[in-house]
Design a protein around this ligand. Sequence first.
Ligand code: NI
Ligand code: MN
Length: 225
Amino acid sequence: MRITYLGHSAFYLESEGEKILIDPFLRGNEMATKTPDDFEELTKILVTHGHGDHIGDTVELAEKTGATVFCNHEIAHYLAAKGVEAIHAMHIGGRYDNIKMTVAVHGSGIEEDGKMICGGNPGGFIVETGGYRVYHAGDTGLTMDMKLLEEEGIDVALLPIGGNFTMDLRDAARAVRFIRPRYVIPMHYDTFDLIKADPHQLDVPADVVRVVLKPGETMQLNKKG
Ligand code: NI
Ligand code: MN
C-alpha cells in the first residue's frame, strides 16, 4: 500500500485494485507537484467537505476517470448538478464498502459566484485498503469523538496541524493520543500564511511514528501478515 501526499489535505492511496484520491485540491494549490493530468485511472474520490481547498478538482477528475465520488448527501447533490455521474452519498457514522464517514467539527459551505451553497456537515473518512486502515480527519478541531477512533485500529492517521481553521500542533498532538495510530502524517499546513506550522514539531508518543511528507512524496507500507 502506498500513500502519496499531494499537498494541503490531498492524498493518493494506492493498493491492489484500488486507486483512491482524497480531497484533490491540485490546480489551485501552488505547492502541489501533481495536477489532474497525472491521474488517468482512479477507483474512488473522497471529499470530506464543501470548501474549495477540498472539493478542488473533483468534478474534472470524476468526469475524466469515471471514479465514484464518496461524499455527504448535500455535496452529492451539488456534484450531480455539475454533471458528475458516479456518486455515492453517505453520512457521518455510515459505512459502505471499505469507507466509513467520521465526525469533523468545521463548516462545509460551497462557495460559487459569490454565493454560499449548502454543503451539509463536514466529515472525515476511514478507508480500509491493502490491509491497512487509514483515517483522514478532513478539516476539524479537536473533538472527543476522536477518542472513539482508538477502537477502530487506525494504522495511519492524516491530521490537520495548521491551526486557525483546524487543530493546531498542540491539539493535533492531543488527537494522536486519542486515536493511537501506528503512524501519523501531518496535513493542512503551510499552504497559506494563516496555517504556517512546522510538522516536525508535532509531538507524538513513543509508540507512534510521525511521517512528514513533502508534496509528491510517498510512504510505502508492506503487505500485512
Ligand atoms: Ni475547510
Ligand atoms: Mn481546508
